[in-house]
Design a protein around this ligand. Structure first.
Ligand SMILES: [Cu+2]
Length: 403
């Protein structure tokens, strides 16, 4: 890669050190000369002041030397500025939208995130804009700071370097939660980045603890989750079904409820599923592990999806949670907790009225927040007109889980 472009950081630092160094030297010289003059030309040593006029050499020196210094400052500044402005043509581009009071990053494949994940050792160009007021995208580690302006596109670029994390701050005062407008640049190895980019978001799937436990105990050595038979029956949809088992050589039909599954795990030799060998080893499992496994079987052997998980993610990504809490506490806006079907006093065209927060009301509150303004709050919520139907549905589902 072109190394002259990579070290924008060091060029900015050089300009800074140069200007700081010169300023420091000049401060030192001026102070020294002042002190010397105080001493040398005090009334005691120099009772008769004299008028001095026309010294060509002195005039030339105090004109030319400052010109050279200022010219050199300009030169170093210009070199650093050019390095910051000229993004390499092969930069990886990420779109960034700032809003009160969060950042949203969008990738070429449409994936969005509230943190800036980037591949290591790659020039990254961040295309910046804002939906409400002027913010400023500031990553001190990369020496980049650029205003994000509504209706306009600006950019910064940097070379991501080694895997690490850096702070993103907003550097333009933008309202009461300005100081919370924080995020991170997360630099990860290229392969990991590709995996992250192409994975559906992890937050929609509850961590599947049952599966973890079973992996640990080697259950999947003999059982599949996709319906195919291995040494034992597949785990797919076994919960609640009627199973024919052999008990002392006699057939018996049992319902695969909690007790049956528990027994199958703890005493595998007791009820043998018809058509299988008595091959399952007894496993030492704790009560918690057993509970997690039962949870897993109840979910049909699939990762369980938490209700409202997608909506939670949308709320995070769209910045709703920057102004709305989910725990009942008041932030800039009313809490999402208990919002669904609550009676709310709102101002419509300056008149107070009572409404019930049903689905239509909530949709209208999101798309056109200024139509009904909740009493006691500022009408400071931005309009979310371009939210997709899917996102809207997910948000409503999420809000209705917050009882
Ligand atoms: Cu801001």
């Amino acid at each position: 890669m072109d190394t002259t472009l990579i070290d924008a950081v060091s060029k900015v630092d050089t300009a800074f050190k140069f200007i700081f160094g010169i300023s420091f030297i000049i401060l030192f010289l001026i102070t020294a000369v002042t002190l010397y003059f105080l001493y040398r030309y005090s009334r005691k040593r120099n009772p008769e002041p004299s008028q001095i006029e026309g010294n060509l050499v002195a005039e030339l020196i105090w004109t030319i030397v400052p010109c050279i210094i200022v010219g050199a400052m300009f030169w170093y500044g210009w070199v650093g500025y050019k390095a910051l402005r000229e993004a390499p043509a092969d930069s990886y581009e990420v779109k960034c939208t700032a809003r009160m009071w969060s950042w949203k990053f969008e990738y070429p494949n449409g994936k969005t995130s509230d943190k800036l994940y980037v591949p290591a050792d790659t020039p990254i160009k961040v295309d910046l804009t804002s939906v409400d007021v002027i913010h400023s995208f500031y990553v001190a580690a990369f020496r980049v700071k650029m205003d994000t302006v509504p209706g306009m596109h600006t950019y910064v670029w940097f070379n991501s370097g080694e895997p690490a994390e850096y702070e993103i701050q907003c550097a333009e005062y933008c309202g009461v939660r300005h100081s919370y407008m924080l995020s991170k640049v997360v630099v990860v190895p290229k392969e990991e980045f590709d995996k992250w980019l192409n994975a559906s978001s992890s937050a929609t799937e509850a961590p599947n603890e049952g599966e973890e436990v079973m992996k640990k105990h080697g259950c999947f050595d003999c059982h599949t989750t996709d319906g195919t038979e291995l040494v034992g029956p597949s785990f797919k949809d076994i919960y609640g079904r009627d199973t024919v088992v052999m008990e002392n050589g006699k057939e018996k039909t049992v319902k695969a409820d909690d007790a049956y599954i528990e027994k199958s795990i703890l005493e595998p030799g007791a009820d043998i599923v018809k058509g299988y060998e008595d091959m399952m080893p007894p496993t030492e499992v704790s009560k918690e592990e057993l509970a997690k496994m039962l949870e897993y079987f109840k979910g049909g052997g699939k990762p369980a999806v938490r209700a409202g998980a997608k909506g939670a993610e949308v709320a995070e990504r769209e910045g709703c949670t920057g102004c709305h809490s989910v725990d009942g506490s008041e932030m800039v806006g009313p809490s999402f907790k208990g919002l669904m079907d609550r009676k709310t006093t709102v101002l419509k065209d300056g008149k107070k009225m009572e409404v019930t927060a049903n689905v239509e009301y909530i949709i209208s509150s999101i798309k056109h927040p200024s139509e009904y303004v909740v009493d006691g709050f500022e009408p400071s919520m931005p309009e979310y007109e371009s939210l997709s139907d899917d996102d809207m549905k997910a948000l409503i589902e999420y809000i209705s889980t917050l009882k």
